[in-house]
Design a protein around this ligand. Sequence first.
Ligand SMILES: Cc1cc2nc3c(=O)[nH]c(=O)nc-3n(C[C@H](O)[C@H](O)[C@H](O)COP(=O)(O)OP(=O)(O)OC[C@H]3O[C@@H](n4cnc5c(N)ncnc54)[C@H](O)[C@@H]3O)c2cc1C
Length: 387
Amino acid sequence: MKSIVILGGGSAGVMFANRMRREFSEDTVKITVIEKHDTHFYQPAFTLVVFDLERAENLTRPVKDLFYEGINLIADEATKIDPQNNKVATSKHGEIPYDYLVIATGAKLVYDEPDGMKEGLEAGKNTFMFYTLDRAIQLRDALKKFEGGTIVSSICEMPIKCPAAPAKFIMLAEDAMRRRGIREKCRFIFTTSMPDVFSRQPYASKLNSIFKERGIEAIPNFNPSEVDYEKGVIKSFTKGQEPVKFDMLCVTPPHEGQSFIEDSKGIGNAAGWVTCDKHRMSHNTYKNVYGIGDAADFPTSKTASGIRKQAIVLTERMKSLLSGKEPTATYDGEVICPMPTRYKRAMFAEFNYTESISPAIESYFSWVIKVHMLRPLYWNLMLKGLM
Ligand SMILES: Cc1cc2nc3c(=O)[nH]c(=O)nc-3n(C[C@H](O)[C@H](O)[C@H](O)COP(=O)(O)OP(=O)(O)OC[C@H]3O[C@@H](n4cnc5c(N)ncnc54)[C@H](O)[C@@H]3O)c2cc1C
């Protein structure tokens, strides 16, 4: 009997564990998940909570309720991987051996940089974010009281989860203020560390034209060095760039891999992302170790939609491996990023490592999928490995 240990019970850990359980009985493969938190969050709808398009209570479930019977869930924190000896150290359960290890520990938000961001977020007066559910609720409440001024959405650096989310925020904020009748009292600015508003064409051009049409200013190559929330300015390292004034800042903090990856020699890169073959998903050095989801250094967007594909591929590869065959299934980097652009309109950006797949068009149908269908599909089909 082979033992597969999965680190993390987020989107990636649950989708992969459940798919594997559907393929293999408990007598043939032992599946263990190590997860440090009790609650699982449906993160793609945090943006919707900010604009009262989704209720916060719909976005959480106990981790223990998400797995099929026969999956062994250990509520603990992985503290170090020892890939030479095929075991993982944990805080409370000692060392756990594995035949195959799947690292699905997601991304960590970094609050120490830029200077002053943490203090601004803690003060909660004019600096907000929506990358956690609590913060999304706080931002929603602040936006309801907003009566005019400059709203800035700022990406500090890449990669981040769902790289389109900060652009979604600024478009929905502009739309919300217009629908509230105070558009002329407001200014909207989007800053990004990237050279353009989005990494891919034709979506970048489409977003640029939406921004232009609706008077949203874009500042590319803006690398925040400091948030001075008392003065209401965000400064950039980039030479020649003026500080940007704000009345409300929605900042997207830098992301890194989990600290224990950095502590596990040879597993991750300097930023803590697990270094993997982007097609095979196997670790570059340790062939019985795999990365899946945000934790991996795949050069594509960190999204739940990509994880759904990755879980299918990795399950296929495991099926081949466990039956003594050479795995042939590969991940092509495909992600689908649904971007609400205004009330009742959304655009899908679907692309893989090499090409853009969907056209850059806004439609009501895409809005319905994003706002009304994806959350139930996630809880009822995707996490269960049925879609
Ligand atoms: C605001 C926002 C908007 C988004 N919008 C979209 C969207 O529109 N479409 C889309 O597809 N995706 C979107 N995403 C991205 C998507 O939610 C993530 O890519 C996905 O949830 C990541 O899943 P994961 O399992 O890799 O990581 P996570 O879901 O973060 O799970 C990682 C798990 O590992 C656990 N863990 C970490 N360290 C340890 C440890 N040492 N020991 C044990 N357990 C550990 C954590 O507790 C966590 O449960 C969005 C995300 C955000 C934040």
